[in-house]
Design a protein around this ligand. Structure first.
Ligand code: HEC
Ligand code: HEC
Ligand code: HEC
Ligand code: HEC
Ligand code: HEC
Ligand code: HEC
Ligand code: HEC
Ligand code: HEC
Ligand code: HEC
Length: 426
């Protein structure tokens, strides 16, 4: 342990608080680099020069803060005296003290307001409630994430910056430096497959392929700073932030009442937590891939309800398909049915609602939307049949007129021949 570390630790025990925490936020020094960076940039050891080189692009540097903001010392002294502990210099802050080091500014609403009044100032407080913070402070476990595990010191960037370690495209990688490292996590006995599974999920597909940043990555479900496994009681709330329609139906269900007592984690029981896949009708019922088979049997009273729910959805799908086919046939034959095709889209909307209503886990909820959809499909089908009727009528009409014209032509030809014969005999 370096002398500075010993001093730091001693001060921690003697004064019951940390010397870092005791300090007020260091004010920004302005655009000039200061002696620390000037000397460090040219030091041969990468360990000493890399921080200075990286820091140029750090958000703190862009706001005019120098090295002293975190390390203390005297940035006007060009010699080694700059690093004088008497001037508040701290070599390498202990992991236990990082939260306080960053929190010195980030927990100070008054101070932060000068820079960005919209920025939250609860990171340190939240962090202390997380599994990470709790283990660090209660069990002295320094393998957990601290502020600089997720925001690498010297290259800290705002989450909106695509190069930031906490940009939505990068968060999973950042968490996985530990959570996907089986060796590092060995002593805890927790799975290390979250990232691998998450990469197969519809959520990551939306982010990576569709660039839809509204889909969740690790911190959207676990919190940025209050990282904890979502408990049984709040899994629904986590998913419900974004899937509120499903969550509202689910909240009224028998499952929502019973699952917490059975220790079953809500939405995750049927959809998984990290490997969430697109959910189709096959999830409902007793076929392969159905989520209900785990707890229900087809011939039980609940099983019969499940089969009926699936039957309702299938009936709407079939009816929509039939109406669509007949209208398309009419359209291809040249009958104007665009309005009917447009109206039929209402059946697709009803199908979406019915699939959401499955989450109430009652026949009534599903019936309500399926019935509305069936009304639409039956109107569309009627219009299709009517169009086909018109088509038949037009075809018969056409056949008759063709026959009449043909008869006239034949008559005409016969008449001409007759006239020809008459003129040649005379
Ligand atoms: C004249 C050059 C020079 C100046 C100015 C200077 N440093 Fe250093 N710094 C060094 C050298 C050389 C070392 C390595 C010392 C060692 O290994 O004992 C070092 C080490 C460090 C370390 C690593 C300590 C450790 O225990 O690993 C930190 C952090 C640091 N300096 C920060 C600062 C800060 C902050 C300032 C400005 C207040 C500053 N330095 C100013 C040359 C300088
Ligand atoms: C936002 C706070 C912050 C600022 C600003 C900052 N540092 Fe650091 N620095 C840290 C923390 C925390 C550590 C220890 C943890 C780590 O290395 O990730 C550290 C570690 C170091 C080390 C030791 C690296 C090692 O691997 O042993 C050096 C050298 C250093 N800083 C130099 C600097 C210099 C030079 C500047 C200015 C150009 C600077 N730091 C600015 C927080 C900061
Ligand atoms: C000397 C005060 C100070 C210290 C110490 C400090 N910060 Fe900052 N930090 C700021 C200020 C000021 C900003 C700029 C806020 C803004 O304008 O958006 C900032 C910005 C940030 C941002 C980007 C926020 C955003 O969305 O714009 C992150 C992330 C961050 N700091 C993390 C840290 C971490 C981690 C530490 C500790 C290693 C730390 N800070 C230490 C003052 C400080
Ligand atoms: C387990 C990883 C992790 C740890 C530990 C962590 N952060 Fe963050 N932090 C994040 C993520 C992820 C975001 C991005 C949030 C977003 O997308 O809005 C973030 C965002 C921030 C921001 C931007 C404003 C905000 O709240 O969104 C600041 C400032 C910040 N962190 C400071 C800190 C400080 C200070 C600590 C230590 C007390 C810390 N962080 C510890 C992951 C972490
Ligand atoms: C520096 C390594 C490190 C990083 C980075 C890290 N963690 Fe952790 N995390 C740990 C360790 C160690 C534990 C303690 C293991 C335990 O309690 O089972 C832990 C615990 C957790 C737990 C509680 C698990 C449980 O067993 O109940 C969750 C959830 C978690 N981390 C999420 C995250 C998320 C999300 C991120 C990224 C935003 C992240 N972690 C980044 C090391 C890390
Ligand atoms: C869609 C929400 C969601 C996303 C995204 C997510 N998690 Fe989770 N995670 C959960 C839920 C819910 C649980 C609790 C599962 C349970 O109780 O069965 C969990 C559990 C965990 C645990 C505890 C151990 C375990 O596997 O059960 C860790 C560690 C963890 N997640 C880390 C991560 C990391 C790292 C990422 C990003 C790669 C991530 N999570 C992404 C919802 C999510
Ligand atoms: C008991 C099992 C079960 C639970 C619990 C459950 N779901 Fe579902 N979920 C399903 C089934 C089955 C489907 C497929 C319905 C269909 O397509 O016929 C589905 C479909 C979905 C869909 C896709 C809907 C669509 O438009 O295709 C989303 C999103 C969804 N669920 C989210 C949630 C959320 C959020 C929760 C928790 C509030 C939750 N689910 C709880 C079984 C469940
Ligand atoms: C931050 C927002 C957010 C959170 C939190 C979230 N999701 Fe999603 N989810 C999305 C987005 C965006 C999509 C892709 C678009 C869509 O289909 O709605 C999606 C897609 C899905 C799908 C596939 C829907 C389909 O059409 O087949 C399911 C199932 C799902 N999420 C379940 C969950 C569950 C379960 C949780 C909680 C463990 C959860 N989601 C948490 C935003 C979120
Ligand atoms: C983790 C176990 C579990 C899973 C998975 C599960 N259920 Fe249930 N469900 C229960 C329990 C427990 C009850 C209450 C006892 C009963 O009625 O069988 C119940 C009851 C029901 C009921 C009866 C509700 C009432 O009002 O009578 C329906 C309907 C139902 N579930 C539908 C489903 C569907 C659909 C699925 C699959 C998408 C499913 N369940 C998956 C545990 C589960």
């Amino acid at each position: 342990m370096s002398q500075a570390r010993v001093g730091l630790t001693l001060a921690f025990f003697l004064f019951g608080g940390s010397p870092v925490a005791a300090q007020a936020p260091t004010q920004a020094q302005g655009p000039e680099k200061g002696t620390c960076a000037t000397c460090h940039e040219i030091l041969p050891a990468a360990r000493l020069s890399d921080p200075a080189k990286a820091y140029v692009n750090d958000v703190h540097a862009s706001k005019g803060f120098g090295c002293v903001a975190c390390h203390g010392g005297d940035a006007t002294n060009a010699g080694l005296g700059a690093m004088d502990p008497a001037k508040g210099y701290v070599a390498i802050p202990a992991r236990e003290q990082e939260a306080q080091l960053c929190g010195r500014c980030h927990s100070d609403a008054q101070f932060m307001k000068q820079y960005n009044p919209a920025l939250r100032v609860d990171q340190e407080r939240e962090y202390l409630t997380s599994v990470h913070g709790q283990r660090l402070n209660r069990a002295g476990d320094t393998r957990v994430a601290t502020c600089v595990s997720c925001h690498p010191a010297h290259s800290i960037r705002p989450p909106s910056d695509p190069q930031s370690s906490v940009h939505p495209l990068k968060v999973a990688e950042t968490c996985s430096t530990c959570h996907a490292d089986a060796e590092y996590m060995a002593s805890y006995g927790v799975p290390t497959d979250q990232h691998e599974k998450y990469e197969r999920s519809i959520h990551w597909t939306m982010i990576e392929e569709e660039h839809d940043l509204t889909a969740p990555t690790c911190n959207d479900c676990h919190g940025n700073h209050g990282a904890a496994p979502p408990g049984i009681s709040w899994v629904g709330n986590t998913c419900g932030q974004c899937h509120s329609v499903m969550a509202d139906f689910y909240a009224q269900s028998v499952h929502a009442r019973l699952f917490p007592m059975l220790g079953v984690p809500g939405c995750v029981a049927c959809h998984n937590n990290h490997e969430i896949l697109p959910a189709g009708d096959e999830l409902l019922g007793f076929d392969e891939g159905a989520a209900c088979v785990r707890c229900h049997q087809a011939d039980s009273p609940s099983g019969e309800k499940i089969v009926a729910m699936r039957g309702l959805i299938d009936s709407l799908k079939v009816a929509a398909h039939e109406a669509d086919s007949i209208l398309l046939r009419a359209e291809n034959a040249g009958v104007e049915v665009s309005q009917a095709l447009f109206d039929l889209e209402g059946a697709q909307t009803a199908l979406v609602h019915a699939r959401a209503a499955v989450h109430a886990f009652t026949i009534d909820a599903v019936t309500e939307y399926v019935d509305a959809g069936l009304e639409t499909t039956s109107e569309a089908y009627d219009r299709g049949q009517q169009a086909m009727g018109e088509l038949r009528f037009r075809r018969t009409g056409l056949a008759i007129s063709v026959a009449i014209i043909l008869a006239l032509i034949v008559g005409l030809i016969l008449r001409i021949r007759e006239l020809d014969r008459k003129t040649s005999t005379t």
